[in-house]
Design a protein around this ligand. Structure first.
Ligand code: 4AD
Ligand code: MG
Length: 476
């Protein structure tokens, strides 16, 4: 019977014959193979008897080679592992030339590994991150399914711009060297594949709203695209977003859901990814030690995760936050790159991180932002100048969630659209929701990679998605 390494390491079926396939991590003293098959971060030790094994086979047991092993499961004599396999048969399935194989058994830089993204998954760090990512993804579907939400697949190609930021990737089959032109010289998209201008989606929200207004509670979890030229450790041009949308939820209910959801999926990973998190925790602690004292995190990764689960997120209005920031030391001493002067200023990540990491020292939900700095669909408050928006801010990450209560009043929404110069015809179906059975409703978007970053402690978003897409970079 074929086993995997995770099973064998848990097993107490000593003296039984087992077989396993995997990749050689190291081969020591012509005797000890550390074998990994991806089922766990841990390797199983396979002990080869070199007196009975062909010299030609021994030579081919190199780092990276794929092998099949048969042998007897035994309690290990050596330190550091409880079981090992005493090998009786070994087959080389695929050689790996040690001169050429880039992933040597030593510490590689993350930059080097990004250039070898197709092989970096064979390291402990990346296999741990990607197993945690998979577990988080499962936890997301589990949470929503168990709480009465339907998974809704938003279209990836759309004709609408949900966020109105104009940072979209065009989808077109026109000959771009010689596109058809209209009489006034513009590109004639009526001749394009869809007969109109289309783009990759920046958010599934508008379509999710139509489904929430029929199914009650829905969520999307899909790829999202933004053509913003941001070369930061928290931005990708292609990322995955989770967007729940709920009929009859106001902003408070929306904030309650966001908080409960985040705590729940983090708890799932703590309970189900113990070995990977233990490894990532140690890695995080080592990385922090290398930083200057004033930039070091006081908590280990595991302590940070537990802290988020155990404490209420602090809810603060934008107006209160602006007061705090205006009177803060870094603002007065002009240490912020963007000095906060007036109410209405957009918050930069330096401000968000100050609030979370220095002032409140816990996750923060900011709400009731100025209408001017938020998207058109957010519900206007009675003060006429703020909207029912909320952002969840996390330590080390900044904004992890953006959401709002939606404007459900047709006249107010139409007015807003007009003010922003958006063509009403483009949004006819969105406006229809406000004509036929409109109701209070809300939702939010959580950037999946930012969540994975937080949970794994990885500093750069490029290291928590298999193949990062960023400006000037779409290898693989
Ligand atoms: O704040 P955003 O732009 O909100 C929306 O798109 C809403 N339509 C969501 C909704 O209400 N349904 O994006 C939501 C989240 C951000 O908080 C951030 O975590 C993530 O998506 N995000 C990015 N993640 C990685 N790379 C980028 N370029 C991102 N832009 C946004
Ligand atoms: Mg946002």
């Amino acid at each position: 019977m074929q086993h995997n390494v995770a099973e064998l390491l848990q097993s107490d079926k000593f003296l039984q014959e087992v077989s396993v396939k995997g990749w050689v991590r190291t081969f020591r003293a012509n005797r000890f193979i550390a074998l990994n098959d991806g089922s766990t971060i841990n390797n199983i030790q396979c002990v080869v008897d070199f007196s009975t094994t062909d010299e030609s086979i021994l030579k081919r047991i190199t780092t990276g080679a794929a092998i099949a092993v048969k042998g007897i499961l035994a309690e290990s004599q050596g330190k550091g592992q409880s079981v090992e396999i005493q090998v009786s048969e070994i087959e080389i399935l695929g050689d790996s030339n040690p001169e050429e194989y880039p992933i040597q058994p030593k510490k590689h830089s993350l930059e080097f590994l990004r250039e070898n993204a197709h092989l970096r998954i064979r390291t402990n760090t990346f296999s741990a991150v990607m197993r945690v990512r998979a577990a988080l993804s499962f936890a997301v579907h589990k949470y929503f399914t168990e709480n009465g939400f339907y998974n809704f697949h938003a279209p990836i190609i759309t004709g609408s711009d949900a966020e109105g930021a104009g940072e979209m990737f065009r989808v077109s089959t026109l000959n771009h060297e010689n596109p058809p032109k209209t009489e006034n010289g513009n590109i004639d998209y009526s001749e394009d594949f869809f007969g109109k201008e289309t783009n990759l989606t920046v958010s599934g929200q508008l379509e999710a709203e139509t489904y929430a207004m029929a199914l009650g509670k829905v969520y999307t979890f899909g790829p999202t695209f933004r053509a913003e030229n941001s070369n930061t450790a928290r931005h990708l041009a292609e990322f995955w977003m989770i967007e729940p949308e709920m009929a009859f939820y106001d902003l408070d209910a929306n904030m309650d859901l966001a908080e409960d959801f985040i705590k729940n999926v983090i708890k799932y990973v703590i309970d189900n990814c113990k070995d990977d998190l233990a490894f990532l925790n140690q890695r995080y602690v080592d990385e922090e030690k290398a930083k200057p004292a004033d930039q070091r995190s006081e908590l280990s990764l595991l302590e940070k995760l537990q802290f988020v689960i155990d404490n209420n997120f602090k809810r603060v209005s934008y107006t209160e936050a602006i007061d705090i920031l205006r009177n803060s030391k870094p603002n007065k001493k002009k240490k912020f790159q963007y000095i906060i002067e007036e109410w209405g200023a957009d918050l930069q990540s330096e401000h968000e991180r100050f609030l979370v990491e220095k002032h409140f020292k816990c996750p923060v939900i900011l709400f009731d932002y100025p209408a001017k700095i938020k998207a058109f669909y957010m519900r206007l408050n009675d003060d006429g100048k703020t909207v029912r928006a909320m952002d969840v801010l996390f330590p080390g990450i900044g904004e992890i969630v953006g959401g709002s209560q939606r404007e459900e009043r047709l006249d107010v929404l139409k007015e807003k659209i007009k003010m922003l110069g958006i063509d009403e015809k483009e949004l006819w179906w969105y406006l229809d929701l406000r004509k036929f059975g409109t109701a209070v409703h809300s939702g939010f978007g959580l950037g999946f990679e930012r969540l994975v970053q937080f949970v794994t402690g990885m500093g750069n978003i490029r290291d928590v998605i298999p193949y990062p897409r960023t400006p000037q970079n779409a290898e693989f």
